[in-house]
Design a protein around this ligand. Structure first.
Ligand code: ADP
Length: 455
């Protein structure tokens, strides 16, 4: 069975968020399960050509888009470290530095919607003489392809995975069109598959999604982690790796927490709990709640807060204000806001954190809570979407009901309570052992492809 994944991002070539992690990991596991799997993404300028080996022969795709003729060059390489074929579409004047308008990765190339519509049209044209059985489209950027293959009457089945319905795109080119035309819809956790059928999380598409669910065409499959990339035992990106055995987790956490304190100027008092947030600074992730809850918490309790993230101005400003309010410039810092995309620091923070905060308003799956658990940081999360499916209260994390200041504050107070007991160590021992491998979920995708293939 030949399957082509089509997406806007793919680790390690280009990553903005969790979508890139998923698209870079799932195909590798599917390959191991015997699927002939390939990937197609735009050839952004930020993709480092010098680090890739290309097949000598490129393909030329000719197409008419919006009454104009275009030529697209398709380069073929393989995913670094795996034998997954990657087709990079060099889309000429529609090509930008990186994928999205919103993260400032654009230097010309036009509006995101038009760029991805062009990419989908180019992939559909290229697919005409290819023998793929299934195309697997990801999120709004490649939704239009589900319609394109139908209107071109190609003999290929389509799967659309919804990674984030909050970013649904336009009715003509985004998730609405994908939901209408895809043969099968998946989303990234069982709980989110339920939630998106309700007005609270459905963004007006709940009716269409309920109908798909009734037809048996909507399923939630929990994302896994790339366990090579997120591996505390052989991760080269922080001070001390994790060893198996008694007392090793405590040692691992202490050395790495010490590293974070020193690197970020948090002082030497290691008895203070370290709370960490890593993620996009958006309404979804509740970064505003983080600020208000911290202001309350810090009035009575000890602790340090590190926030690593980039995002919307409103939340960035809120965090900058918090940082300057909480630090007097004379003594050691209490709050650090690191406004960058910084993979190295992310690894160091997962390894050093005591608690990992996620006050998300909605969370389709969330990978950061899984990474946190793997690195021994206790997830302190709202009970929503994939967080509901991956963290259980008082067992593997601290779970709170609502995305509100009061709820997060209570959870942080529970966290400091736990921190002062012996149970804290037991917690850490439990969570680092959990299995987040992709295999189970990849098998679910495989059976979905097989059903489509034989239908
Ligand atoms: P999203 O909703 O953004 O997809 P996920 O939890 O699924 O959220 O995945 C986010 C991914 O991006 C994780 O791998 C996380 O470590 C990474 N990440 C987010 N922000 C940053 C940042 N500022 N620096 C480094 N890594 C980041």
């Amino acid at each position: 069975m030949k399957v082509l994944h089509v997406a806007a991002e793919c680790v390690p070539l280009v990553k903005v968020g969790g979508l890139g992690d998923v698209v870079g990991a799932l195909p590798k596991i599917l390959l191991g399960l015997g699927v002939d799997v390939s990937l197609a993404i735009p050839f952004y300028k930020m993709i480092d050509r010098t680090k890739l080996n290309f097949l000598p022969k490129t393909e030329l795709v000719k197409l008419v888009f919006d009454h104009e003729s275009f030529e697209v060059i398709v380069w073929q390489t393989t995913l670094p470290g795996a034998m997954v074929a990657v087709f990079l579409f060099e889309t000429g004047r529609f090509l930008t530095q990186g994928p999205y308008d919103s993260v400032g990765a654009v230097d010309g190339g036009g509006h995101e919607d038009i760029r991805f519509s062009f990419f989908c049209a180019a992939v559909a044209t290229w697919l005409k003489d290819k023998a793929f059985d299934v195309i697997h489209c990801h999120d709004k950027h490649t939704s239009l392809l589900c319609k394109e293959v139908k209107s071109k009457k190609l003999r290929v089945k389509s799967v659309l995975t919804i990674h984030n319905l909050g970013n649904k795109g336009s009715d003509e080119t985004g998730l609405p069109v994908g939901i209408e035309f895809a043969d099968e819809i998946t989303t990234v956790s069982p709980q989110y598959a339920q939630e998106i059928q309700t007005p609270e999380f459905g963004y007006g598409l709940e009716g269409a999604l309920r109908q798909k669910a009734r037809q048996g065409k909507l399923v939630g499959i929990l994302n896994g982690l790339d366990e090579d990339f997120w591996n505390p035992i052989k991760d080269g990106q922080f001070s001390l790796n994790l060893k198996l055995g008694d007392g090793e987790i405590e040692k691992f956490k202490t050395v790495n927490k010490d590293n974070v304190f020193e690197k970020l100027g948090l002082g030497r008092d290691m008895s203070e709990p370290l709370f960490v947030f890593i993620g996009r600074l958006t309404l979804q992730k509740g970064s505003d709640i983080l600020v208000s809850a911290w202001q309350e918490y810090a009035k009575t309790q000890k602790g340090k807060l590190v926030v690593l993230g980039v995002g919307e101005e409103e939340y960035v400003n809120g965090l900058r204000r918090l940082e300057s309010q909480e630090n007097d410039g004379k003594t050691e810092k209490k709050v650090v806001f690191w406004e960058k995309f910084d993979e190295q620091l992310a690894h160091e923070l997962y390894a050093g954190a005591d608690f990992f905060l996620m006050p998300s308003r909605f969370e389709p799956c969330g990978l950061t809570q899984m990474i946190a658990m793997r690195y021994g940081a206790i997830p302190t999360v709202r009970d929503v979407g994939g967080l509901h499916d991956s963290v259980s209260d008082a067992q593997t994390g601290l779970v709170f009901a609502k995305s509100e200041t009061e709820d997060l504050l209570l959870a942080m107070n529970r966290a400091i309570g736990l921190y002062q007991t012996e149970e804290f160590e037991n917690f850490r021992k439990r969570i680092v052992k959990l299995d987040w491998a992709w295999e189970k979920s990849a098998k679910e995708y495989l059976s979905l492809y097989s059903n489509l293939y034989s239908s």
